[in-house]
Ligand binder design. Structure first.
Ligand SMILES: [Zn+2]
Length: 264
């Protein structure tokens, strides 16, 4: 809890000046629509989602341990086999690419009609800035972590090294939502930028179901979902009637559309 408060303070000191200096939407107020709920999500994720996700990952790793042939948890934690025997830097870089590739397809899976509501919660911020990165339904978060952990560990990579790589993805995701103009210029097709990801969040017809990659736009280029026009997106949110409060957003994905009174 203390580390979250310190982390948010540090992020504020870094991100707020960036958003003030290079705003994609200069007229967006600092205390814009939805910021209190986004902030609540940061605490909810830390206090609830994270501990639950640790338990789920431990359960998922059990069959991975059996199937992998690592023998013991200690061996599993160290990494094993030809991939786990490589130098740490090689393993870390390979894991980043692998997790990003799997993350691309998981993200597309969450955009399919059957699973969309769990992810629509994340898309429901109508004003977008770095704080919006925290608004994630626990099912969305836990499925991502469990799949990534199972895959990486089954292949023999060290999960301890994975734990070291994850903060990088977290910080990168925060930057991606920031209200800044950055498109990374000549590297715009190499690394996902805030402009790239903010187009993923647009509610406008253009940009729908585009830019799924977390880090490498290569996946979007390869699979036909890359979208990067000259102008910046200006409208965000979803066309579904996502409830506005935390409790409503927690239960909404579990309700059948016919059970709810909202117009879709
Ligand atoms: Zn999405």
């Amino acid at each position: 809890m203390i580390s979250l408060v310190i982390g948010l303070a540090v992020l504020s000191v870094v991100m707020i000046p960036l958003e003030a200096r290079w705003p994609a939407l200069p007229n967006q107020p600092r205390f814009r629509r939805g910021w209190p709920l986004d902030l609540v999500y940061w605490f909810f994720t830390t206090l609830i989602t994270k501990p639950v996700s640790r338990v789920v990952v431990a359960i998922v790793l059990f069959p991975a341990l059996k199937l992998s042939g690592a023998g013991t948890y200690a061996k599993l934690l160290e990494g094993f086999g030809p991939l786990g025997d490589q130098p740490r830097l090689d393993q870390a870089l390979q894991m980043i690419v692998l997790i990003d590739f799997v993350g691309y397809w998981l993200h597309r899976w969450f955009h399919s009609p059957r699973h969309w509501r769990f992810h629509a919660v994340h898309h429901s911020s109508v004003d977008l800035d770095w704080l919006s990165a925290g608004r994630v339904h626990p099912v969305n978060d836990i499925v991502n972590k469990a799949v990534e952990a199972a895959l990486v560990v089954s292949l023999g990579y060290s999960p301890l090294l994975l734990a070291g790589v994850l903060p990088f993805f977290l910080f990168y995701a925060i930057l991606q939502h920031a209200n800044v103009t950055w498109d990374f210029g000549p590297l715009k097709k190499v690394f996902a930028s805030p402009k790239f990801h903010r187009w993923h969040h647009t509610s406008a017809q253009e940009g729908q179901d585009k830019n799924f990659a977390g880090l490498l736009p290569l996946w979007d280029i390869l699979f036909g979902t890359y979208y990067m026009p000259e102008h910046q997106p200006s409208k965000f949110g979803v066309n579904d009637a996502v409830p506005e409060g935390l409790v409503g957003q927690m239960v909404w994905p579990f309700r059948k559309p016919a059970d709810s009174s909202e117009a879709l």
